[in-house]
Design a protein around this ligand. Structure first.
Ligand code: ADP
Ligand code: ADP
Length: 237
């Protein structure tokens, strides 16, 4: 088993944002989480990689509850589950290839650029990721000069530099036009198929989930109201 989430809750004051009874990911999968705005999708993903503290519950990964991890083990876990955000979260003035290499550092970005800590192997690997994502020609441009779809592919390359076991994508295409959305979803799907990684992405349209995901988790008011193959998802969601 890869991940088993049990009775995971998040309360903000008296409001319950997430109350997820159980989610199991037993083999690598491309999973879409769908539900209206406010359903708890983002909070759920952020609890998994410990960006948001959970109120109660367990997230077992190969038997270890990641909610109990501290220090080096917590940093290791955060590296294992790379995160992709709606707004890309690149460093706008840094060039693309450096943005990608920041994935190696897990957040110590200012230090990295100040001390130039990257090796030639890092550069080569970053360029290879950019090449596979079709944006190698932009490697030396500032991130801010790229289109949204290109920036999101840079963020995917940065995620891959972490050598993650999972990719967690929080509304990865919500800021993109349909064509770029397709390019980015294709890239995430390829990561799952070719590298055997689990990709869990929050999506707000059923169509996207049906098209790209083998499995869909439906959330409503913090609860899991559907979990199964996209074909079985009814319009009730
Ligand atoms: P999204 O629709 O992408 O989930 P939101 O606009 O709802 O984003 O939230 C943006 C940020 O504001 C997030 O960091 C979220 O945690 C925070 N947030 C959302 N709702 C509230 C709230 N009721 N009170 C305080 N912060 C909130
Ligand atoms: P979704 O990603 O499905 O849009 P969220 O996880 O962003 O949903 O939000 C779930 C619920 O939690 C919403 O009611 C939202 O307003 C609330 N919420 C999210 N972040 C915060 C926060 N930082 N403080 C208070 N309430 C929040």
């Amino acid at each position: 088993m890869l991940i088993k989430i049990e009775s995971l809750t998040k309360r903000f004051g008296t409001a319950t944002a997430v109350d997820a009874a159980e989610i199991r990911v037993e083999k690598p999968a491309m999973i879409g989480i769908i539900g209206r705005s406010g359903a708890g999708k983002s909070t759920l993903l952020r609890m998994i990689n410990r960006l948001t503290p959970a109120t109660s519950g367990r997230i077992l990964v190969d038997g270890t509850d990641v909610l109990t991890l501290k220090g080096a083990a917590l940093r290791r876990w955060r590296r294992d589950c790379a995160m992709i955000f709606q707004q890309f979260n690149l460093v706008p003035r840094l060039d693309v290839v450096t943005n990608v290499m920041l994935g190696r550092l897990n957040g110590h970005s200012a230090l990295a650029s100040a001390f130039n800590v990257f090796s030639e192997a890092d550069v080569r690997q970053a360029l290879a990721h950019l090449d596979r994502l079709g944006i190698a020609e932009h490697a030396l441009k500032r991130a801010e000069a790229l289109s949204g779809g290109q920036q999101q592919r840079v963020a995917i390359a940065r995620a891959l530099m972490q050598d993650p076991k999972f990719v967690l994508a929080d509304e990865p295409i919500a800021s993109l036009d349909p064509l770029n959305a397709q390019v980015v979803m294709d890239a995430l799907r390829r990561i799952h198929v070719e590298q055997g990684l689990s990709v869990i992405c929050n999506l707000h349209t059923l169509d996207t989930a049906r098209r790209y995901c083998d499995r869909v988790i439906g959330m409503r008011a913090g609860r899991i109201v559907f979990d199964g193959p996209a074909e079985l998802l009814t319009e009730a969601m």
